[in-house]
Design a protein around this ligand. Sequence first.
Ligand code: SF4
Length: 321
Amino acid sequence: MEPQTPTSRRVLVAKPRGYCAGVDRAVVAVEKALEQYGAPVYVRKQIVHNTHVVKTLEAKGAIFVEETEEVPEGEIVVFSAHGVSPAVHSEAQQRKLRTIDATCPLVTKVHNEAKRFAGQDYGILLIGHEGHEEVEGTAGEAPEHIQLVDGLGSVDGIQVKDPEKLVWLSQTTLSVDETVETVARLKERFPTLIDPPSDDICYATQNRQVAVKEIAAQSQLVIVVGSENSSNSKRLVEVAKDHGAAASYLVDNATFIQDEWLDGVTTVGVTSGASVPEELVEQVLARLAQHGFGEVEEVESVRESMRFSLPHELRKDLRAS
Ligand code: SF4
């Protein structure tokens, strides 16, 4: 028997979703650098974790490399929104590269906290995902003081030099709820553990999680647009499942949607990670419309107005031209 198609099908679109201020700044920085200096412009690592954005910039003349040693001497290199360690800055200097640092200011804030606490000889428990570029960059600020805590499961194995002089910091794109649990467990082990001076999980990550919770509670399925290597996008899938959605999937674009996901579903929630351009969400909505999801409602949970100015190296040259 053919699966029945419900007669009334609707889409709830979370707001805020998609580009945050740090991603917007980083992508515009590469675009402006290409206009100002001409192609090629080298970019260390993916400027933001989104396949479509990377391919679009490649088509305009950006060359993505894994390490600064792949950039010819004297050329321009942009550092990604996730930040880099001081060692990477030194390597670039040695190779006489002209650098544009597109590290998100909210990641830089965590670097500065790490430097300050390390300077005061604190042990730093950095909650984050092993191997993520942001964590590597932050840990590189004070490797002898920083220890990675990759989720609740790793808390019991942590050994510290001085349990009385300990602070926790975190990656900017974690699940808020999971981090609260990890910190609670850390405090059971280390009762005098100090909190960071302000939230390290950034406003955009927090707001997108608040927004997805609201639509998840009313949706049978939540589609999150985002790439597999995007930490904040993957967290949205987990948060959606934890807050009422029977199913949630991460899709790089509309072609990843499988028809059977929609069988028997009347309400689909849609959101997107902080590195996702809106056109990819529009394509998902068009695909859903083909399946009878014609009614689209935007559910706004939080208003956002954050903006960051372009990296100063670039602003200087743009002003002079
Ligand atoms: S997700 Fe947060 S920390 Fe990352 S670039 Fe966006 S605003 Fe910055």
